[in-house]
Structures are given as C-alpha cells and as structure tokens.
Design a protein around this ligand. Structure first.
Ligand code: AMP
Ligand code: GLY
Length: 410
C-alpha cells in the first residue's frame, strides 16, 4: 500500500513510525514531514494546508491512502478533494470537520444530541451583549473565539474584569460558557459514520509551566492511560459523548468518518464535553502509539473506507508518558536556532522513543526550529518507571534554549 501522511509534528512522526512497521506498506511519503522521519518516509515539500498540492501529488504517486495528521487539512477540505479524486482518506469531510472548526457548531450538536456539556451562548455581532452576559453571570466564566485559533482562542476568566478583557481581545463570533470543574481527559475513537470503536484515552498537560501555570499550549506532555479513567469509564464516556454526536451528524447528512478526539472534563456529575477535535491529539498520540501492538495501516485503511472492526487496534498494558521539549518562549515567542545534541543517547535507552516536531537539518546538524521541538516518550511496567525513563532520556538531550515541564505525570 502506498501512503501519504500529512503533517510535520511529533504526532505525525509517531504515526509514521507505526505505519512504517506494517508489512502491507510499500511506500510512505510525508508532506511536509520532519527530519526525524527521513529514514522511514520520503518527505515532500508540500504544506498541510495546500490541498490542491497534496491531492495532485497523491494522484501522480498513485497513493492508496492519505492519512491526515492536523486539523488544518481537514477543515480545508482534504478528505472531500481526495474523495473527488478517488483516493481513500482516513479523515472527515470539511462539513464534519466543523466539529473542530467551530465551537458554536459543536455546542449546537451537543444540545441537539443531549450530550452533557457546559451551558453556553453565542454572540455573533455584539460585544456589548457579550459584556452584559458576563456581568450578569459572573466569574469564573469561559470566553471562546468561535473558529480555529491554534489553542489561543480560549480564556478561562477568573474574574469579570478578565472576562471583559478577553471579550475585547478576541474577535467575534464568540461563545461564552459556564466554567466546568474537574480533571480533563482526551478520549480517542475511530468512527465510521454510524459507529465508534474506542481507541483509548490520555491526559494532556496544556499549560506551559510546572503546576499548570502559564499560558495554554498545544500540550506539554501526556500520560496514557489516565489512572482515574479506566476502560469501563472510557466506554461509558464514548456512549455519552461520541455515539449520540455520530447519530446527529448522520441525521444532518454529514456523517463523521475518522479519528474523533473528545476533550472531556470529569466533573462531579460525570464526564462533560469540552470540545471535539477531528484528529489525534499531540502529544497524546505519541503516548498512545508507542503502546500500539497491532498493525495500524489496515485499521486506517478500513477507517478510510467507512468500515470498523472491534479489535482492529490493540495496545500493550504498559502505561506510557510523553514529554515535550519546547523552545524557551513557547508558545508566544519561541527562541529557535539552538544546535541539538544527545539524541542518540536518548533513543538508545530501552522503552524510549524520540519524535521530532520543530527540528531542521542545517549543515548536517539538527537545529531547533519551532515551538515544540521534540517529544520524548517512554513506556514501562509502571507509570512511575515510564516517567523516570522519559525524564532520564530528556536530560541527555541538550540545546541552548530547551524548555520542559518537570511535573508531567506527577
Ligand atoms: P478548547 O480549545 O475548547 O479545548 O479549550 C482549551 C482549554 O480551555 C481546555 O482544554 C480546558 O482546559 C479549558 N476549557 C475550555 N472550556 C472550558 C470550560 N467550559 N470549563 C473549564 N475549562 C474549560
Ligand atoms: N494536545 C491537545 C491537542 O492536540 O489539541
């Protein structure tokens, strides 16, 4: 099978590694890919949002399966364009990708399908009305920009003043919702339109600094599985927050096919939906995929054809942890350009995997070139051991402006 993987992050590197192990694979291309993938995939310089370029390449290279990593491709219609060209794509249509593309759309679906979620209201044209709403409801309260904002469109305001500032800063339309309390989890499932099969769950650490301080990021590390969210709880949450959504999407004539990532808050009243993403999480995917024992490629191929089977993916019982090494200043102003050393030592340790994200090769040297630079992952018999393995490996990797959290999985 000839596969085109789209994206360039740590998630895509982990997907590339899993796909590259498949006996069914005959060629793997990554667009644009990253230096970590160079031994397992042919990287081609096409950006993830260049839909015409991707489809054109897939047609010329007789690609059998397109595997989209990031949401940008899907929201821009990659799956639709693949379908028009007769190429299988393991991701949702542009219409179904609105589940990630618009917060208000998700909230409407949740209400229509009786999915537990925070009470909310949409403000389309008037910031005055939004201001009046927060003054009436008080804080804490959550202000969200409706569209894709790369993790920067949400403010959990602790005071009315903070909420007012957020309303001034973010652009309309806005969604304002009740603040939920509890612990967050990321739940993953394969969806065929009508049915969903559980993949697993992880817990991300979204804030930049230790103790969940600092700005929200794409994610600084994850544990898999979350100790307080066992298999039974995951299945229940799937029934409550994913299956009713699928039925509603079918009813609307826009069935959802692909990987769904439900961001949930485990509240005192049970799991509540925070958001959907229409793809794997990063760095959750890395922690999840190093535990994979089955062949991912046939499962993705089935998914692309709208079929599902119960045990298409199986995982090791060993828990795992992923740890993001970012560039100092991430997420606002990452300092790039440092030469990275010590990768070989880290990778040589048992149970340790190193995935690239914002790295480039410059004159034979590996250089930090993005916000999230590397993800170090480890699995082991216990969560503690996985944690110590990942941190030991991370310590042997050096560059001038390396930044990491010291409390992932604590
Ligand atoms: P989102 O982009 O919707 O995932 O929001 C980013 C983060 O904001 C989430 O991961 C939560 O930590 C937080 N958040 C979003 N909505 C709520 C809510 N209703 N209550 C509490 N925290 C929230
Ligand atoms: N780690 C959260 C995300 O991928 O959106």
């Amino acid at each position: 099978m000839r596969v085109l993987l789209v994206g360039s992050g740590g998630r895509e590197h982990a997907l590339a590694q899993a796909i590259s192990r498949s006996p069914k694979l005959t060629a793997l291309f990554a667009a644009p890919g990253n230096p970590g993938m160079k031994d397992i995939a042919q990287c081609v310089a096409i950006k993830a949002d260049d839909i015409a370029g991707l489809v054109d390449f897939a047609r010329k290279e007789k690609i059998d399966l397109v595997v989209p990593g990031p949401e940008v491709s899907l929201v821009a219609g990659l799956a639709d364009q693949c379908e028009a060209a007769g190429i299988a794509c393991a991701g949702p249509s542009r219409a179904a990708a609105q589940l990630e593309g618009s917060k208000a759309f998700t909230k409407e679906i949740a209400d229509a399908a009786s999915i537990p979620t925070a009470r909310w209201q949409r403000f389309e044209t008037s910031k005055e009305e939004a201001l009046a709403y927060v003054r009436q409801h008080g804080a804490p309260i959550v202000i969200k920009a409706d569209g894709l904002a790369a993790g920067k469109g949400v403010v959990v305001a602790q005071s009315v003043e903070e909420a007012e500032e957020a309303i001034e800063k973010l652009s309309l339309p806005l969604v304002i919702e009740e603040c939920l309390f509890g612990r967050e989890v990321s739940l993953f499932a394969f969806c065929s339109g009508e049915e969903a099969v559980l993949i697993g769950a992880a817990r991300d650490h979204k804030r930049a600094y230790d103790g969940d301080k600092g700005p929200n990021t794409g994610g600084m590390g994850a544990i898999c599985p979350p100790p307080d969210f066992d298999h039974e709880a995951q299945e229940k949450a799937l029934d409550l927050t994913v299956r009713p959504m699928l039925a509603e999407m079918v009813r609307r004539g826009t069935p959802f096919k692909g990987v769904i990532f439900a961001g949930l808050m485990l509240t005192e009243d049970g799991p509540k939906l925070i958001e959907y993403n229409v793809r794997f999480g990063d760095p959750e995917a890395q922690a999840l995929l190093i535990r994979l024992e089955s062949d991912l490629l046939p499962a993705l191929d089935e998914l692309a054809h709208g079929r599902l089977s119960q045990d298409s993916v199986t995982f090791s019982d060993q828990p795992s942890l992923s740890l993001v090494l970012a560039a100092r200043g991430y997420p606002d102003k990452p300092v790039t350009g440092g030469v990275i050393t010590g990768l070989e030592n880290a990778e040589a340790q048992p149970g340790v995997y190193v995935f690239h994200a914002g790295t480039i090769l410059q004159g034979g040297q590996l250089v930090a070139a993005g916000g999230r630079v590397l993800t170090i992952c480890a699995k082991a018999k216990t969560p503690e051991k996985a944690r110590s393995r990942a941190y030991e490996a991370a310590a042997s990797i050096q560059w001038a402006d390396k930044m990491l959290r010291s409390d992932i999985g604590l």
